[in-house]
Design a protein around this ligand. Structure first.
Ligand SMILES: [Zn+2]
Length: 55
């Protein structure tokens, strides 16, 4: 699992971070979604176990 940390400058103060958890399968989709909009700040591995309901 992965955690994508992001910030929307129009909605959030610069130090605010939203985080999305993604499985390997959806990481690239979410990464490009955020990166295209200039929201992406960090992608890091998550220690959490995969959640079968979170696909
Ligand atoms: Zn997924």
């Amino acid at each position: 699992m992965w955690v994508l940390s992001w910030n929307n400058p129009k909605l959030h103060t610069p130090d605010r971070r939203k985080s999305w958890t993604a499985c390997e399968e959806h990481l690239e989709y979410l990464r490009s979604f955020l990166d295209t909009r200039g929201f992406l700040r960090e992608v890091a591995p998550s220690a959490a176990q995969p959640d079968p309901s979170a696909t």
